[in-house]
Design a protein around this ligand. Structure first.
Ligand code: PGA
Length: 256
C-alpha cells in the first residue's frame, strides 16, 4: 500500500488544559518549530481558547480544531457548541467520539455518528476516535469492536466526504498511561480500519484515507509508530503540551 497516496496528519489534543493566554504562549513556541513540516499540523484546543489559538496561528501552517461539537445547528442545548459556530470563527477540525467523552460524558456510537454528520455538513474535518478498552483487547474483540465503532460512526457519510474524515485509533489502555501500543499492534488495527473503509466504500477511498494512532505517542516512540504502513499520523495528548516534543513528532511524520 502506498503511503504517499494520503496526507500525514499530526494533531494535538490539548484536552482540558491551558487558558487563552497560555494557549498563545504555547502556540508561539510551537509555530516556529513546525513551520517547515511536511505534514498537516493541527492543534485541538478547549472551546474557550479557540479565538486565541486562531489569532496566534493566523498565517501559519497550523490548523486549529475543537474537541467536540453538537449535532444540532442551534437550540436549547445548554453547554454545547454547534458545528457551524466553529466554522464561523475559522475552526477547520473537530475531534469526535474521544474515549474520554464516551467514558465520562455518555457519548455513544449513535451520538458520535450524529456529531460526525453535523460536523461534515458544516464543512469541518473530523478526527473520529475509535478504540478498545484493555478488557476488550484481552477478550480478543479489538478489531470487531473498532470495525463496529467505525461503521456506526460513518453511517450516512458519503464517499466524497471522506477526504474530510480522519480516524484516530486510540486504544483506551494506552491513553495518558505511558503504556503505548507496540507499533505492530497499532499497525494491525489501523490496517483493519483501512479494510473496513475499503469494504464500506472501495479500495481507492481506503488507500487515500488518513488513519492516526493515539495513546502515549511521544517524541521517542513516534518514528517507529509512524513507520507502520497503515499509520499515517498521530493524535497526541500529553506530548502536545510540550512544544519541543510535539515538534519532534511532527518531524517524525514529515520524514515518513
Ligand atoms: P495521550 O492522549 O497522548 O496523552 O495518551 C492521546 C489522546 O487521548 O488523544
Amino acid at each position: 500500500m502506498n503511503k504517499q497516496l494520503r496526507k500525514a496528519v499530526i494533531a494535538g489534543n490539548w484536552k482540558m488544559n491551558k487558558n487563552p493566554e497560555e494557549t498563545k504562549t504555547l502556540l508561539n513556541e510551537v509555530l516556529p518549530l513546525v513551520k517547515d513540516a511536511d505534514c498537516e499540523v493541527v492543534a485541538c484546543v478547549p472551546f474557550i481558547d479557540l479565538m486565541a489559538a486562531l489569532d496566534a496561528a493566523k498565517g501559519s501552517n497550523v490548523k486549529i480544531g475543537a474537541q467536540n461539537c453538537h449535532w444540532e445547528k442551534n437550540g436549547a442545548f445548554t453547554g454545547e457548541i454547534a458545528a457551524p459556530m466553529l466554522t464561523a470563527v475559522g475552526v477547520t477540525h473537530v475531534i469526535i467520539g474521544h474515549s474520554e467523552r464516551r467514558t465520562y460524558f455518555g457519548e455513544t456510537d449513535e451520538t458520535v455518528n450524529k456529531r460526525v454528520r453535523a460536523a461534515l455538513d458544516a464543512g469541518l474535518t473530523v478526527i473520529l476516535c475509535v478504540g478498545e478498552a484493555l478488557e476488550q483487547r484481552e477478550q480478543g474483540i479489538t478489531e470487531e469492536l473498532v470495525a463496529l465503532q467505525t461503521k456506526i460512526a460513518l453511517q450516512g457519510v458519503k464517499e466524497y466526504e471522506l477526504s474530510r474524515v480522519i480516524i484516530a485509533y486510540e486504544p483506551i489502555w494506552a491513553i495518558g498511561t505511558g503504556r503505548t501500543a507496540t507499533s505492530e499492534q497499532a499497525g494491525e488495527v489501523c490496517g483493519a480500519i483501512r479494510g473496513v473503509i475499503a469494504r464500506l466504500y472501495n479500495q481507492k477511498a481506503a488507500d487515500a484515507f488518513t488513519i492516526q494512532y493515539g495513546g502515549s505517542m511521544n517524541a521517542k516512540n513516534a518514528a517507529e509508530l509512524l513507520a507502520q504502513p497503515d499509520v499515517d499520523g498521530g493524535l497526541i495528548g500529553g506530548a502536545s503540551l510540550k512544544a519541543a516534543d510535539f515538534a519532534e513528532i511532527v518531524r517524525a511524520a514529515s520524514q515518513g
